[in-house]
Design a binder for this molecule. Sequence first.
Ligand SMILES: NC(=O)c1ccc[n+]([C@@H]2O[C@H](COP(=O)([O-])OP(=O)(O)OC[C@H]3O[C@@H](n4cnc5c(N)ncnc54)[C@H](O)[C@@H]3O)[C@@H](O)[C@H]2O)c1
Length: 434
Amino acid sequence: MSDPYGTFVRTGPGRFLAARTGLPQPPRLRRYVAGEEWAADPALVVGLSGAAWTGQVTSWLREGGTAVEPGEGRLSALVADATGLRTVDQLDELLTLAPAFRRTRGRVLVLAAVPGDLDGPQARAVQHGLEGFVRSLAKEARGGTTVNLLRVRDGAGTALRSAVEFFCSARSAFVDGQPLVVGAGVPVAARERRVAVVTGAARGIGAATAQVLARSGHHVVCVDTAGAGEALAAVANRVHGSTLHLDVTADDAPRTLAAHLADRFGGADAVVHNAGITRDRSFVNLDEAAWRSVLAVNLAAPIRLTEGLLQHEGALAPGARFVCLSSVNGLAGAKGQTNYATSKAGLVGLVQALAEPLAQRGFAINAVAPGFVETPMTAAIPPVQREVARRANSLLQGGLPIDVAEAVGWLAQPDAAGIDGQVLRVCGQNLVGA
Ligand SMILES: NC(=O)c1ccc[n+]([C@@H]2O[C@H](COP(=O)([O-])OP(=O)(O)OC[C@H]3O[C@@H](n4cnc5c(N)ncnc54)[C@H](O)[C@@H]3O)[C@@H](O)[C@H]2O)c1
């Protein structure tokens, strides 16, 4: 799970060598540390023609302790409200952002309208164009600065605040070049004792997710196979949660989990389908076992568990939020991973299919698609292939489990109510395409 090149290149000789030879120089990412001030520099909020949110965004940032002022030095965040742009001529206004962009070391966030909500081809084209702008700017940003796009629906108030806070914070360190729609969801009042369940919690992303959910006040039910015994107990102890030994593919897993949550906890507020496996082989060499096991754990289990929880009275608390762990490889395809990519793209289909029926019952479901993350799963990739995969993103490094966990933790909160049926990539703007 180490990145020897990344460590070397941050030393004096490493920096010198990389600069002379043009080797990648991954920036040090600033992540959330409890009690540590992240944004010492001020933020700047810029409203372009027809901007609707600048006043609100400014007060949200100020209420969160960030100074919002033009200043002359570095900026920790630049928020540009482009929701009102409707004509190609108005796109010229984006050029005015260049000086502030040059001064920003942290977060750039562009607010846009949802093209499908607008009338007229020009307005739609212009708003769609912002996606290309943001994705390109993310590739030009330096020093670990990220650039993302929020497409804001009318009435997005609370959810927009929560999204602005997440995207302008250290918690989104590895989310880069991504668009996300923020709708008008109504957050359910948080229960006094919130409960989250995380499958595959014994290590990697699952363990980090348990930590983040515990930090935001959840009792975390840490689920993993019996074989993960000690590691699972260690995670549960660390987060003051509890354990449940469960093979998510077992016939009775849905009933066991649902009864456990209903009887012991009065239902779950957040359900994270994280357990996943790989059995990489080229398609022609794939045997049935490698195909079936990956689809069973990664796709069939989340489908069955979700159905089981929905059917069992009391297994879910009002406003419960599901998060599925998909994968950038599922969106883009990956050599040697036909089985894995089928399962992970399948989860996107599951999220899209369930969003509406779940919303009718007051629940929500989203997916997070990690890119290359430093975990035991990726440590198993052959070294050269691993090094290439690790650098193939705009931040030139692999993410850490905590990066994915922060995004999952945010989407699991009631405040994220306006985010539903979507896929958020946590991949440093992975360059594999899709
Ligand atoms: N690591 C990455 O780069 C990466 C990238 C994209 C997506 N993901 C996805 O994120 C999730 C977590 O990945 P990770 O790298 O932390 O994996 P990991 O291999 O480190 O951990 C997976 C956990 O799932 C558990 N698990 C496996 N089968 C299970 C079963 N049948 N029942 C219960 N638990 C089971 C394992 O015991 C393990 O603790 C997976 O769904 C993975 O596909 C990971």
